[in-house]
Design a binder for this molecule. Sequence first.
Ligand code: C5P
Length: 225
Amino acid sequence: HKFPVVVPAAGVGKRMQADRPKQYLHLHGKTLLEHTLHALHAHPRIGQIYLALHPQDPYFGHLPIADADWLTRVDGGLERADSVLAGLNQIMDADWVLVHDAARPCLRHQDIDALLSLADGQHGGILACPVRDSMKRGNGAGLVATSVCRDDLWHALTPQFFPLPALREALQHALTEGHTITDEASAMELASHPVALVEGSPDNIKITHPQDLALAELYLTERSK
Ligand code: C5P
C-alpha cells in the first residue's frame, strides 16, 4: 500500500540570498522542487504528494509538473509547522504519512525504504545521521560555553514518518501552546510519543546556504553516472 507525503515548500529561503525562494533555484536544468518531487514520486510506495506553497507563489504554475494528478496544492502558513499542518489537514484516508522538506533534493530510495519499514511497528520516526564533528555550545559572545558530548547525537533529516492522527494532533497542540517546532519529531516528543532514529545517508542535505547548491549538484551528478 502507498503512503501520502506532505512537502512544505512555502518558505522564502532568506539565508540563500538569492532572487527567489531556494526551492526554485535551478540544478541540472530543473528546479530543486522538481528534483525533490520526482525523487519522491518515483518511489513505488509513495502516493499522493500534498505540496504546501506560499499563497502568492508566482513560480509553481509555470513548471511542467504544475498540473500533475499526483500533486495536491495547498496554501502554506507562516512557519514550516503551519505549512505541514495545512497539508495534513487535506489528507482524508491514510494511516501513516511522510513529511519531506522541499529543500532536500538528494533523497535516496533506500532511505525511504528504511523509514517505511517502521509502519510494521508501533511508532514512527525520522531519518537521521550521527554527528561527526566535536560539538560545542557557545556563550552568545563568541566563546565556547561548554563541549557537548557527541555520543548518540544526531542530525535530524527528513522524511519523517508518523501515524497521521497522532502527528496532526501533536502539531496542532504544539502550535496552540506556542512551542518552536522545527520538525515533526519535536512535536511528537512534546506529546510523549517515541520517535525512532533511522540512520540515513549523509548526502540527504538541506539546501540552506548558497554553497549547498554545488554540493547537491555533485551528489546528483555522481548518481546519474
Ligand atoms: O527554512 P527551512 O530550511 O527550515 O525550511 C524547511 C522547509 O520548510 C523548506 O522546504 C521551506 O520551503 C518550508 N517552509 C514552509 N513554510 C514556511 C517556512 C518554511 O513550507 N512558512
